[in-house]
Design a protein around this ligand. Structure first.
Ligand SMILES: NC(=O)c1ccc[n+]([C@@H]2O[C@H](COP(=O)([O-])OP(=O)(O)OC[C@H]3O[C@@H](n4cnc5c(N)ncnc54)[C@H](O)[C@@H]3O)[C@@H](O)[C@H]2O)c1
Ligand SMILES: [Zn+2]
Ligand SMILES: [Zn+2]
Length: 404
């Protein structure tokens, strides 16, 4: 079969690889009818999420048709249409049963304390071959797969495999309550779903921070108040717009590849931080391999953390869903302590939300397919990666379809 294979930092290819096979009675094999490229994949290609094993198939967002099931998979049969959430979970350990499926005791082959097991990730997460492929092996299929209601199309379902639940998780971890003011840093696909989700949880005012005009436009269309960090100082504007209080809740949906402002009133301050940002960047990802303007890691890993802690209201909550690898060590701890902040977040517990969000889509509460701006065949995936990596206008979210 064809699949997107990670060979090294800055080196991904579409290869012919062996079809996956059932290895355990709990496995299923799914034929992918939709996949997608995520901001997390970009960290792996840029080298800011370290520990990838050459030969790993990328991708952790998928929708497909069950081809074959192992003897312990009793709730699905060949021909069923299923959603494949990014994280893998046994469904019976104490963590899964309490809704922390991203910390499942059994799914990660590296052991109970290894943390999240997800498709197409670094060694510490499995590695388990991913979903940017024609077929995939799904471990713990009975609890990992989610049935898709008949009225929900593949295109509507694919955002529910990762970006919608992650946005929702981000808003829930931020403890968004009716009436709250909420700031969302990062208006990529996950940030846009964090905005929509904060709205669903009753936020009164939502502020959206990024510097890409078409992403800020989508944020505005979702009801957010847009702040371009290359034009305004986000901390000053957030304080101004909230009578000096700051937003009650801040959601970081940027992560390790954060950029510093290159113009406007925030640029000078960030320039003074340049040496510190460089030191962090070196510590996080010693191996980088930019190719022209592709695969360039962010130049300010802790920028959003700093802005989040500075801007949030006293005794407010910060939720971190943008990914920081284990090598990231910087957080403005003193300021956070002195403001009595709560900090939450982590890897999304997709299974806690997937069925509920699919039901919201079925009921017409939300139209998640609006975020999918590009639909590319798997054969064009490398080009699509390059456009999405450069955050070109119009390349907000790439959905991948099987090659003709
Ligand atoms: N926690 C989880 O389970 C989970 C799941 C999925 C994705 N993620 C992470 O969420 C993050 C976002 O994913 P995405 O697909 O939307 O990625 P993306 O790369 O498309 O979006 C990131 C956005 O952040 C913006 N940005 C950069 N620097 C900024 C700054 N200083 N201030 C404000 N905005 C800034 C960029 O312009 C871009 O629009 C990534 O880190 C991804 O790894 C986490
Ligand atoms: Zn993802
Ligand atoms: Zn479990």
């Amino acid at each position: 079969m064809r699949a997107v294979v990670w060979h090294g930092v800055g080196d991904i290819r579409v290869d012919q690889v062996a079809d996956p096979k059932i290895r355990d009675p709990k496995d299923a094999i799914v034929r992918l009818t939709r996949s997608a490229i995520c901001g997390t994949d970009l960290h792996m290609v840029r080298g800011t999420m370290t520990g990838m094993v050459p030969g790993t198939i990328l991708g952790h967002e998928g929708v497909g048709i069950v081809q074959e099931v192992g003897s312990q998979v009793r709730n699905y049969k060949a021909g069923d249409r299923v959603l494949i959430p990014s994280t893998i979970a046994c469904g019976y350990c104490s963590y899964c049963r309490a809704g922390y499926n991203a910390q499942c005791d059994n799914a990660n082959p590296n052991g109970k304390n290894a943390g999240t097991a997800f498709f197409g990730g670094p060694k510490t997460t499995g590695p388990i071959d991913g979903l940017q492929a024609e077929y995939a092996r799904i471990p713990f299929a009975a609890s990992t797969l989610v049935a898709i209601p008949e009225e929900v199309s593949d295109e509507q379902a694919i955002p529910v495999s990762d970006i919608f639940p992650t946005g929702y998780f981000g808003a829930e971890e931020a403890e968004v309550r009716p009436g709250d003011t909420v700031a969302v840093f990062g208006c990529g696909p996950v940030g846009l779903f964090a905005i929509a989700s904060a709205g669903l949880l009753g936020a009164r005012r939502i502020f959206a921070i990024d510097h890409i005009p078409d992403r800020l436009d989508v944020a505005r269309s979702l009801g957010a108040e847009a702040i371009n960090f290359d034009q305004d100082h986000p901390v000053a504007v957030l304080k101004d717009l909230t009578g000096g209080v700051g937003p009650d809740r801040v959601i970081d949906v940027v992560g390790v590849d954060a950029l510093s402002p290159k113009s406007g009133p925030a640029a000078k301050e960030s320039k003074q931080m340049a040496d510190e940002f460089k030191r962090e960047s070196k510590e996080i990802s010693p191996k980088k391999k930019p190719d022209g303007d592709n695969w360039v890691p962010g130049d300010a890993p802790s920028q959003v953390l700093l802005w989040a802690v500075e801007s949030v209201a006293k005794a407010g909550t910060i939720s971190l869903v943008g990914v920081y690898p284990e090598t990231m060590k910087t957080y403005p701890l003193g300021m956070s302590m002195m403001k009595n902040l709560t900090v939450k977040g982590g890897n999304c517990n997709h299974l806690k939300y997937a069925a509920k969000l699919l039901e919201m889509v079925r009921a017409g509460v939300i139209r998640p397919e609006r975020i999918l701006t590009k639909h590319e065949p798997l054969t064009e995936v490398l080009d699509a990666y390059r456009h999405f990596d450069k955050r070109e206008a119009g390349w907000i979210k790439v959905e991948l379809r099987p090659a003709a």
